[in-house]
Design a protein around this ligand. Structure first.
Ligand code: ASN
Ligand code: ZN
Ligand code: CA
Length: 331
Protein backbone atom coordinates (compact mmCIF):
# COMPACT_ATOMS: atom_id res chain seq x y z
CA UNK A 1 0.00 0.00 0.00
CA UNK A 2 1.09 3.60 -0.44
CA UNK A 3 0.63 5.83 2.56
CA UNK A 4 0.84 9.58 2.91
CA UNK A 5 3.72 10.75 5.07
CA UNK A 6 4.01 14.22 6.54
CA UNK A 7 7.76 14.30 6.92
CA UNK A 8 9.83 16.74 8.91
CA UNK A 9 12.38 17.55 6.19
CA UNK A 10 10.64 16.92 2.85
CA UNK A 11 7.00 17.97 3.11
CA UNK A 12 4.38 15.39 2.15
CA UNK A 13 5.81 12.20 0.70
CA UNK A 14 4.49 8.82 -0.45
CA UNK A 15 5.63 5.95 1.76
CA UNK A 16 5.39 2.22 1.23
CA UNK A 17 3.28 0.60 3.95
CA UNK A 18 1.59 -2.78 4.44
CA UNK A 19 -2.10 -3.36 5.15
CA UNK A 20 -2.59 -5.52 8.22
CA UNK A 21 -5.10 -8.31 8.62
CA UNK A 22 -7.74 -6.92 10.96
CA UNK A 23 -7.30 -3.38 9.67
CA UNK A 24 -4.81 -0.58 9.69
CA UNK A 25 -1.35 -0.31 8.21
CA UNK A 26 2.18 -1.02 9.36
CA UNK A 27 5.37 0.83 8.46
CA UNK A 28 6.70 -2.12 6.49
CA UNK A 29 8.05 -1.57 2.98
CA UNK A 30 7.28 -4.88 1.32
CA UNK A 31 8.98 -3.76 -1.91
CA UNK A 32 12.38 -3.16 -0.32
CA UNK A 33 12.03 -5.19 2.85
CA UNK A 34 12.66 -2.63 5.59
CA UNK A 35 10.41 -1.88 8.51
CA UNK A 36 10.47 1.09 10.86
CA UNK A 37 10.06 0.83 14.63
CA UNK A 38 9.79 3.16 17.58
CA UNK A 39 12.68 2.39 19.93
CA UNK A 40 10.71 4.10 22.73
CA UNK A 41 13.89 5.83 23.83
CA UNK A 42 15.81 2.64 24.59
CA UNK A 43 19.54 3.30 24.41
CA UNK A 44 21.51 2.31 21.31
CA UNK A 45 23.56 -0.36 23.05
CA UNK A 46 20.40 -2.12 24.31
CA UNK A 47 18.66 -2.44 20.95
CA UNK A 48 18.05 -5.71 19.13
CA UNK A 49 16.12 -6.37 15.92
CA UNK A 50 12.75 -6.71 17.70
CA UNK A 51 13.13 -3.97 20.30
CA UNK A 52 10.44 -1.32 20.68
CA UNK A 53 7.29 -1.44 18.56
CA UNK A 54 6.49 -1.45 14.86
CA UNK A 55 4.73 1.75 13.80
CA UNK A 56 1.08 1.21 12.87
CA UNK A 57 -1.63 3.63 11.76
CA UNK A 58 -5.36 3.39 11.14
CA UNK A 59 -5.79 5.63 8.07
CA UNK A 60 -2.35 5.39 6.39
CA UNK A 61 -1.70 9.11 6.89
CA UNK A 62 1.42 9.43 9.02
CA UNK A 63 3.09 12.22 10.97
CA UNK A 64 2.45 15.94 11.28
CA UNK A 65 5.35 17.46 9.31
CA UNK A 66 6.96 19.10 12.32
CA UNK A 67 10.50 18.93 13.61
CA UNK A 68 10.81 17.91 17.30
CA UNK A 69 7.27 16.63 16.86
CA UNK A 70 5.18 15.16 19.65
CA UNK A 71 3.75 12.85 16.96
CA UNK A 72 6.23 10.01 17.12
CA UNK A 73 5.42 8.88 13.58
CA UNK A 74 6.84 12.05 12.04
CA UNK A 75 10.51 11.06 12.34
CA UNK A 76 9.49 7.59 11.23
CA UNK A 77 8.16 9.00 7.94
CA UNK A 78 11.55 10.51 7.06
CA UNK A 79 13.50 7.45 8.21
CA UNK A 80 11.25 5.06 6.29
CA UNK A 81 11.20 7.13 3.08
CA UNK A 82 14.91 7.95 3.14
CA UNK A 83 15.81 4.29 3.64
CA UNK A 84 13.73 3.57 0.52
CA UNK A 85 15.66 6.21 -1.45
CA UNK A 86 18.92 4.63 -0.33
CA UNK A 87 17.77 1.14 -1.33
CA UNK A 88 16.67 2.47 -4.71
CA UNK A 89 19.97 4.29 -5.27
CA UNK A 90 21.96 1.08 -4.78
CA UNK A 91 19.47 -0.97 -6.81
CA UNK A 92 19.12 1.39 -9.76
CA UNK A 93 22.71 2.59 -9.92
CA UNK A 94 24.64 -0.60 -9.16
CA UNK A 95 22.04 -3.37 -9.39
CA UNK A 96 22.58 -4.04 -5.70
CA UNK A 97 19.51 -5.54 -3.97
CA UNK A 98 19.90 -4.24 -0.46
CA UNK A 99 22.74 -4.19 2.02
CA UNK A 100 23.82 -7.78 1.49
CA UNK A 101 22.62 -7.90 -2.13
CA UNK A 102 20.10 -10.53 -1.10
CA UNK A 103 16.96 -8.40 -1.35
CA UNK A 104 16.52 -8.20 2.41
CA UNK A 105 15.85 -4.88 4.12
CA UNK A 106 17.13 -3.67 7.48
CA UNK A 107 15.18 -2.69 10.57
CA UNK A 108 15.07 1.07 11.11
CA UNK A 109 14.70 2.52 14.60
CA UNK A 110 13.71 6.09 15.44
CA UNK A 111 13.58 7.73 18.88
CA UNK A 112 16.67 5.89 20.12
CA UNK A 113 17.96 7.16 23.46
CA UNK A 114 17.16 10.49 25.07
CA UNK A 115 18.32 13.55 23.16
CA UNK A 116 20.77 11.24 21.37
CA UNK A 117 22.22 13.53 18.69
CA UNK A 118 23.47 10.68 16.51
CA UNK A 119 22.64 7.69 14.35
CA UNK A 120 24.41 4.41 13.73
CA UNK A 121 24.42 1.11 11.93
CA UNK A 122 24.71 -2.22 13.74
CA UNK A 123 25.65 -5.48 12.03
CA UNK A 124 24.43 -7.34 15.13
CA UNK A 125 20.77 -6.31 14.74
CA UNK A 126 21.04 -5.61 10.99
CA UNK A 127 19.51 -2.29 11.94
CA UNK A 128 19.86 1.45 11.75
CA UNK A 129 19.30 3.53 14.86
CA UNK A 130 18.51 7.22 14.89
CA UNK A 131 18.24 9.65 17.79
CA UNK A 132 16.09 12.71 18.33
CA UNK A 133 18.90 15.26 18.01
CA UNK A 134 19.91 17.61 20.79
CA UNK A 135 16.38 18.99 21.10
CA UNK A 136 17.63 22.55 20.54
CA UNK A 137 19.27 23.14 17.14
CA UNK A 138 19.42 19.56 15.84
CA UNK A 139 16.13 17.77 15.14
CA UNK A 140 15.68 14.02 14.63
CA UNK A 141 18.65 12.45 12.81
CA UNK A 142 16.63 10.99 9.95
CA UNK A 143 17.55 13.18 6.96
CA UNK A 144 18.51 11.59 3.66
CA UNK A 145 22.30 11.80 3.74
CA UNK A 146 22.31 10.50 7.31
CA UNK A 147 20.17 7.46 6.41
CA UNK A 148 22.32 6.90 3.32
CA UNK A 149 25.46 7.13 5.47
CA UNK A 150 24.24 4.57 8.01
CA UNK A 151 22.90 2.10 5.46
CA UNK A 152 26.21 2.35 3.62
CA UNK A 153 27.98 1.14 6.77
CA UNK A 154 25.99 -2.08 6.24
CA UNK A 155 27.08 -2.25 2.60
CA UNK A 156 30.73 -1.72 3.59
CA UNK A 157 30.45 -4.48 6.21
CA UNK A 158 29.04 -6.83 3.60
CA UNK A 159 31.78 -6.04 1.06
CA UNK A 160 35.28 -4.69 1.79
CA UNK A 161 34.55 -4.82 5.53
CA UNK A 162 36.98 -1.95 6.18
CA UNK A 163 38.16 -2.22 9.79
CA UNK A 164 36.75 0.67 11.83
CA UNK A 165 40.03 2.13 13.09
CA UNK A 166 43.11 3.79 11.65
CA UNK A 167 43.18 4.60 7.94
CA UNK A 168 40.77 1.79 6.99
CA UNK A 169 38.34 3.33 9.49
CA UNK A 170 38.67 6.71 7.79
CA UNK A 171 37.97 5.02 4.46
CA UNK A 172 34.94 3.29 5.98
CA UNK A 173 33.57 6.65 7.17
CA UNK A 174 34.40 8.39 3.88
CA UNK A 175 32.54 5.63 2.03
CA UNK A 176 29.44 6.36 4.12
CA UNK A 177 29.74 10.11 3.53
CA UNK A 178 30.31 9.57 -0.21
CA UNK A 179 27.29 7.33 -0.79
CA UNK A 180 25.16 9.27 1.71
CA UNK A 181 25.88 12.28 -0.45
CA UNK A 182 25.23 10.37 -3.68
CA UNK A 183 21.82 9.24 -2.45
CA UNK A 184 20.99 12.92 -2.07
CA UNK A 185 22.09 13.57 -5.68
CA UNK A 186 20.11 10.54 -6.83
CA UNK A 187 16.89 11.72 -5.15
CA UNK A 188 17.63 15.21 -6.46
CA UNK A 189 15.21 17.94 -5.47
CA UNK A 190 12.57 15.38 -4.48
CA UNK A 191 14.13 15.47 -1.02
CA UNK A 192 16.67 18.27 -0.67
CA UNK A 193 18.92 20.30 -2.93
CA UNK A 194 21.95 18.03 -3.46
CA UNK A 195 25.20 19.23 -1.95
CA UNK A 196 28.61 18.18 -0.63
CA UNK A 197 27.60 19.03 2.92
CA UNK A 198 26.91 16.14 5.27
CA UNK A 199 24.03 16.10 7.75
CA UNK A 200 23.15 19.65 6.75
CA UNK A 201 19.44 19.19 7.41
CA UNK A 202 19.67 17.48 10.80
CA UNK A 203 22.81 19.23 12.10
CA UNK A 204 22.59 22.73 10.62
CA UNK A 205 24.46 24.28 8.95
CA UNK A 206 26.37 20.98 8.44
CA UNK A 207 28.35 18.39 10.38
CA UNK A 208 31.04 17.70 7.76
CA UNK A 209 31.83 19.00 4.29
CA UNK A 210 33.82 17.53 1.44
CA UNK A 211 35.39 20.46 -0.41
CA UNK A 212 37.54 21.43 2.56
CA UNK A 213 36.92 18.97 5.41
CA UNK A 214 39.14 20.90 7.85
CA UNK A 215 36.48 23.63 8.04
CA UNK A 216 34.87 21.49 10.76
CA UNK A 217 37.91 22.15 12.93
CA UNK A 218 38.99 18.50 13.20
CA UNK A 219 39.02 16.71 9.84
CA UNK A 220 42.06 16.25 7.61
CA UNK A 221 42.23 17.75 4.10
CA UNK A 222 45.50 16.03 3.22
CA UNK A 223 47.03 12.66 3.99
CA UNK A 224 49.93 12.51 6.44
CA UNK A 225 51.16 9.84 8.85
CA UNK A 226 49.18 11.58 11.60
CA UNK A 227 45.87 10.82 9.87
CA UNK A 228 45.79 7.25 11.24
CA UNK A 229 45.69 8.68 14.76
CA UNK A 230 42.53 10.73 14.17
CA UNK A 231 38.97 9.71 14.96
CA UNK A 232 37.58 7.85 11.93
CA UNK A 233 35.07 10.68 11.34
CA UNK A 234 38.02 13.02 10.80
CA UNK A 235 40.52 10.79 8.97
CA UNK A 236 37.62 10.40 6.53
CA UNK A 237 38.40 13.95 5.44
CA UNK A 238 41.14 12.76 3.08
CA UNK A 239 38.73 10.43 1.26
CA UNK A 240 35.92 12.99 1.22
CA UNK A 241 38.27 15.64 -0.15
CA UNK A 242 39.47 13.21 -2.85
CA UNK A 243 35.85 12.52 -3.81
CA UNK A 244 35.03 16.22 -4.08
CA UNK A 245 38.14 17.03 -6.11
CA UNK A 246 37.66 14.12 -8.51
CA UNK A 247 33.98 15.09 -8.93
CA UNK A 248 34.06 18.88 -9.10
CA UNK A 249 37.70 19.85 -9.41
CA UNK A 250 39.81 22.24 -7.37
CA UNK A 251 39.28 25.90 -6.60
CA UNK A 252 36.20 28.03 -6.02
CA UNK A 253 32.89 26.89 -7.49
CA UNK A 254 29.20 27.35 -6.75
CA UNK A 255 27.18 24.17 -7.23
CA UNK A 256 23.38 24.32 -6.91
CA UNK A 257 23.62 27.50 -4.89
CA UNK A 258 26.31 26.42 -2.42
CA UNK A 259 29.76 28.03 -2.62
CA UNK A 260 32.69 25.61 -2.34
CA UNK A 261 36.40 26.27 -2.38
CA UNK A 262 38.53 23.17 -2.57
CA UNK A 263 42.27 23.55 -2.20
CA UNK A 264 44.77 20.93 -3.33
CA UNK A 265 47.59 19.86 -1.03
CA UNK A 266 50.24 19.93 -3.75
CA UNK A 267 49.38 23.18 -5.54
CA UNK A 268 47.99 21.32 -8.55
CA UNK A 269 44.80 22.11 -10.44
CA UNK A 270 42.34 19.23 -10.67
CA UNK A 271 39.52 19.01 -13.22
CA UNK A 272 36.50 17.01 -12.05
CA UNK A 273 34.68 14.26 -13.98
CA UNK A 274 31.32 14.50 -12.18
CA UNK A 275 30.20 12.65 -9.08
CA UNK A 276 28.30 9.88 -10.94
CA UNK A 277 31.49 8.53 -12.46
CA UNK A 278 33.50 8.93 -9.27
CA UNK A 279 30.83 7.09 -7.29
CA UNK A 280 30.84 4.24 -9.83
CA UNK A 281 34.60 3.99 -9.52
CA UNK A 282 34.40 4.03 -5.71
CA UNK A 283 31.66 1.38 -5.62
CA UNK A 284 33.73 -0.96 -7.77
CA UNK A 285 36.83 -0.26 -5.67
CA UNK A 286 34.84 -1.04 -2.49
CA UNK A 287 33.16 -4.18 -3.73
CA UNK A 288 35.95 -5.70 -5.86
CA UNK A 289 39.33 -4.44 -4.68
CA UNK A 290 39.36 -3.14 -1.10
CA UNK A 291 39.78 -5.39 1.92
CA UNK A 292 39.47 -4.93 5.68
CA UNK A 293 42.99 -3.49 5.99
CA UNK A 294 43.08 -1.21 2.95
CA UNK A 295 44.75 2.11 3.77
CA UNK A 296 44.79 5.35 1.76
CA UNK A 297 47.63 4.18 -0.46
CA UNK A 298 45.68 0.98 -1.10
CA UNK A 299 42.53 2.97 -1.83
CA UNK A 300 44.40 4.86 -4.55
CA UNK A 301 45.47 1.57 -6.11
CA UNK A 302 41.96 0.07 -5.75
CA UNK A 303 40.21 3.07 -7.30
CA UNK A 304 42.69 3.18 -10.18
CA UNK A 305 42.07 -0.52 -10.83
CA UNK A 306 38.34 0.22 -10.83
CA UNK A 307 38.76 3.24 -13.13
CA UNK A 308 40.82 1.11 -15.50
CA UNK A 309 38.10 -1.56 -15.57
CA UNK A 310 35.32 0.96 -16.19
CA UNK A 311 36.97 3.58 -18.41
CA UNK A 312 40.37 2.28 -19.46
CA UNK A 313 43.93 3.00 -18.36
CA UNK A 314 44.93 6.50 -19.38
CA UNK A 315 41.30 7.63 -19.84
CA UNK A 316 40.29 11.09 -18.62
CA UNK A 317 38.50 9.35 -15.74
CA UNK A 318 41.57 7.32 -14.78
CA UNK A 319 43.75 10.41 -14.90
CA UNK A 320 41.33 12.48 -12.80
CA UNK A 321 41.24 9.80 -10.11
CA UNK A 322 45.03 9.74 -9.99
CA UNK A 323 45.30 13.53 -9.97
CA UNK A 324 42.76 13.85 -7.16
CA UNK A 325 44.65 11.34 -5.00
CA UNK A 326 47.91 13.18 -5.60
CA UNK A 327 46.09 16.40 -4.70
CA UNK A 328 45.28 15.01 -1.24
CA UNK A 329 48.89 13.80 -0.79
CA UNK A 330 48.19 10.13 -1.49
CA UNK A 331 50.71 8.94 -4.03
N1 ASN B 1 26.93 8.58 13.24
C1 ASN B 1 28.10 7.83 13.54
C2 ASN B 1 28.52 7.03 12.34
O1 ASN B 1 27.72 6.47 11.65
C3 ASN B 1 27.87 6.94 14.68
C4 ASN B 1 29.08 6.40 15.26
O2 ASN B 1 30.17 6.86 15.09
N2 ASN B 1 28.92 5.34 15.98
O3 ASN B 1 29.67 6.97 12.05
ZN1 ZN C 1 29.55 6.54 10.07
CA1 CA D 1 23.79 16.90 2.27
Amino acid sequence: ATGTGKSEYTGTVGIETTAQTGGGYALVDAVRGHSTRDARNASANSIGATSGVLFTDADNVWGDGKKFSTDRATAAVDAHANTAWTYDYYKNTFGRSGIKNDGKGATVFVHVGTKWDNAQWSDACFCMMTGDGDGVTDPEQVDLDTMGHEMTHGVTSATANLRYSGESGGLNEATSDIFGTMVEWYANNAVDTPDYLFSDQSTPPWLRRMDKPSLDGASADCWSKKVAQLDVHNSSGVGNHWFYLASEGSGAKTVKGVAYNSPTCNGSTVTGIGNDKVARIWYRALTVYMTSTTNYKGARVASLSAAKDLYGAGSAEYNAVAAAWSAVSVS
